[in-house]
Design a protein. Structure first.
Length: 452
């Protein structure tokens, strides 16, 4: 038995698997070093540091696919794992539409601003960031606030049986702060990025406090049709679901409302969405996907038209197209979901609304019918009634019960200023990928009473 360094394991495992007779093999080892600071009622309650090391093995023999994970980085552990795989693989059926992995001598261009040593070595300075956010929230109206700061660095090493060898590193930091002014009045803000300079604790705290202050004494409002302005945070959940539904896996498994809609109009002409694994400073950017293909910038929906599904090499060959560099080997997955900004200033969005709502956050987004796109979501934190182009007062106890395709078609204006957010409450088809979006105005959405 010999210990292997994290960067040595993929090469060793691939060579060993080929000796066993594997047709295709992909191994990537991952080292995550992360820190977390949690705070409750204005006080820091936990400070934790984690180090996780693991390796994923994807192996194919006679179109029979096995995927597994190992935690011990020794030659004997790999040998035992591969031995078990080849004893087991004879009993599983082949995947007839499997079409192989990428084969090329790839060159990887460096993505700017995805690694910051200041985040990797943040340490106890993380406490200063959290205290800055808390104090800023209190100065701007909050009575108490709760949240978390997560930060860390990820190192990835990849080898494949087709000769791909690659390595990458990325950092990220995400501050989530929720401020309260009463039991029914709260405001939530997220500030995140791959560089420490992109994380704005004072701004996030101030905004969450300001929103919570505005939300004091919410009233109930009637069900019916309303125009709705979604703030970027509220769109993290919804548009993450839209991005996940463009994966060919979601389409084939009956979990997508975009089935049979390729090259068709699926949204307002004001709506354009791209998937990017190469966007500088964005949380999910990486040099390569899980089979080593250099990441791309892909137009998914352009001027309301669905241009492509997300593919890996195998699914692309099946549909006689090109990979979009979104492997996930079993399920192609989105990277960063980026919404094209419009020309509307935030206040002008509000002025366009005669009867409507401003939604600052959502949670419990669930799909009752994935193929049709029927869903419901509960506006969380501050929600405001808009009358005659002005914010009238905060409201509560409502639910948005709609169809996601109808929502996309109803988009009448898109804001100018985009923010990077993520969904912390994702469920399929929403994969919880980062979303970079401006606020969006939708017309005549169906509002029902919450079941609280």
């Amino acid at each position: 038995m010999a210990d292997l360094r994290i960067q040595e394991l993929p090469t060793y495992a691939v060579k060993k698997a080929k000796k066993y007779g594997a047709d295709d093999v992909i191994v990537h080892s991952i080292l995550d070093k992360t820190g977390q600071v949690k705070f409750v009622n204005n006080e820091i309650v936990t400070i934790k540091n984690f180090e996780n090391i693991s390796a994923d093995i994807f192996l194919v023999k006679d179109k029979k696919i096995v995927a597994t994970n190992i935690k011990k980085f020794t030659t004997s552990e790999i040998d035992k794992t591969l031995s078990r795989i080849f004893k087991f693989i004879k009993y599983i059926p082949p995947t007839e539409d499997y079409n192989g992995i990428a084969k090329d001598h790839f060159h990887y261009k460096k993505i700017p601003n995805v690694y910051d040593r200041q985040i990797e070595t943040l340490g106890s300075h993380s406490i200063d960031l959290v205290e800055n956010a808390i104090n800023s929230a209190l100065r701007n109206g909050a009575r108490r606030c709760t949240g978390v700061l997560d930060f860390g660095v990820t190192h990835v090493y990849l080898s494949t049986s087709t000769g791909v060898h690659a390595q990458d590193q990325e950092t990220d930091a995400c501050l989530s702060i929720r401020s309260f002014t009463s039991k029914d009045a709260s405001g939530h803000k997220i500030s995140c990025g791959t560089r420490l300079i992109d994380v704005k604790p004072a701004f996030a705290g101030a905004e969450s406090g300001r929103i919570a202050q505005m939300a004091i004494n919410p009233k109930k409002t009637g069900a019916g049709k309303y125009d709705v302005i979604f703030d970027p945070l509220a769109l993290g959940d919804l548009l993450g679901g839209v991005a996940g539904a463009t994966s060919i896996y979601s389409v084939e498994s009956g979990m997508s409302f975009f089935k049979d809609k390729l090259k068709q109009k699926v949204a307002s002409s004001k709506f354009s969405m791209r998937d990017s694994g190469r966007s500088p400073g964005d949380l999910a950017s990486a040099s390569f996907d899980e089979e080593g293909v250099p990441t791309k910038d892909t137009k998914v929906i352009e001027d309301g038209i669905l241009k492509t599904y997300l593919h890996n090499t195998s699914t692309a060959r099946k549909y006689k197209t090109k990979t979009t560099a979104n492997a996930g080997l079993i399920s192609p997955t989105p990277w960063n979901t980026i919404i094209k900004p419009g020309d509307a200033k935030y206040q002008n969005l509000i002025k366009r609304v005669q009867k409507g709502l401003l939604v600052t956050n959502t949670w419990y987004t669930t799909f009752q019918n994935y193929v049709k796109g029927d869903f419901s979501t509960i506006p969380r934190d501050a929600v405001f009634l808009i009358k005659n182009g002005r914010i009238a007062y905060p409201v509560k106890d409502i639910r948005i019960s709609e169809n996601i395709l109808n929502l996309l078609e109803s988009i009448s204006a898109v804001g100018k200023k985009a923010e990077q957010v993520y969904s912390w409450a994702a469920e399929p088809p929403n994969v919880g990928n980062p979303v970079i979006s401006p606020p969006i105005l939708c017309k005549n959405l169906n509002i029902t009473k919450s079941l609280k």
